[in-house]
Design a protein around this ligand. Sequence first.
Ligand code: ADP
Ligand code: MG
Length: 382
Amino acid sequence: MRSSDSPMSAEDPHGADIAVSLEGVVKKYRDQTVLHALTLKIARGEFLTLLGPSGCGKTTLLNLIAGFAEADNGEIFIDGQLVTNLPAHQRHIGIVFQNYALFPHMNVERNIGYGLKMRGVPAQEIAERVADVMRLVKLDGLGQRKPKELSGGQQQRVALARALVIRPKVLLLDEPFSALDKSLRGAMQVEIRDIQRQLGVTTVFVTHDQGEALSMSDRIAVMSAGRIRQIATPDALYRSPQDPFVASFLGDVNILPAQYHGEQGGMIQLRLGSGLISVNRTRLVGQQHDGGRLDVYIRPEQIQLEPLHAQSVLSGTVVNHVFQGDHINTYVDVDIPVEGRQRVMVRSPGLQAMQQWPVSAVVGLALPDDGISIFQPEARHA
Ligand code: ADP
Ligand code: MG
């Protein structure tokens, strides 16, 4: 269905109204398809993150929304208006580039006011709006400096102010923290999110950093090779990945080979290691299986080390402990019949695990009753 009428009639993420809508958007560079018929709706005021490895098409998608690149097929709507063929400067979008792209010869005030000047806003109003936005991003007193006289964090504030001063319909942020050191990055993440909430501006944020995505977003669209693999809240993506790529890209995960054994009362029995585990059937992603091999996905913090006993489903030998400050990762080599040896990561909150289970200790691994995801191995290549 081609909807040149209105995207507002389409189903939306939260019953909210839609600020940006992409419908079947295709982008090719020569014969390489970079975005495959991508459909995406972003609610007004939402902070949506595009998360995926380098080269998966995140920047390309931002460029299409901004109007810096042209789609080969499909339609883009902003506030219900079809903008697919509208030039960038008429789309009313604020963008912060990875390298900030400030004008080196202009001072801070003129950098920030540039977009307003281009739009023919009167000088008096420019001065007021620039002063307001400089207060918002905490740049007071730095108006006369040139970009090279600013720290990295201050340059980023200028880039953000320049994007916000035009009161954009949509704010696009392309890996804005990549040039900042780690401690500054955390502070800027909180600050940008605060400002975004205060203004209620619809925001599309691009990152390849899963921690950044999990901590900042209303929803995350996980991308790989020009496709959205899953789009959901951070919590839902982490707890119920619907795609093996999503499960392994977002947070650490152990993937263990298991064998289908049977089912009863909504539970699937799987043969895993030397025993059987029972998993709620709803955790079988896609609900299909062929009665053979299934992959069990378990987060490291869901496994507990325990003294080896006769009923232990999995057992193994401690190979290493890695101290991480607020937690410890313990690596355990587990022998799985037929499949062979597999290294499993277990995460514990304190130092106790390290003292109780020294390297080369033999341990049992206790698995959780829920929260495990099961995938058909073929799905990994889907
Ligand atoms: P990301 O931002 O996720 O790292 P990009 O959107 O920059 O990825 O790139 C997606 C794919 O498109 C990559 O394979 C990249 O090489 C290709 N690509 C991006 N821009 C161009 C271009 N202007 N010309 C040709 N290929 C491009
Ligand atoms: Mg990019």
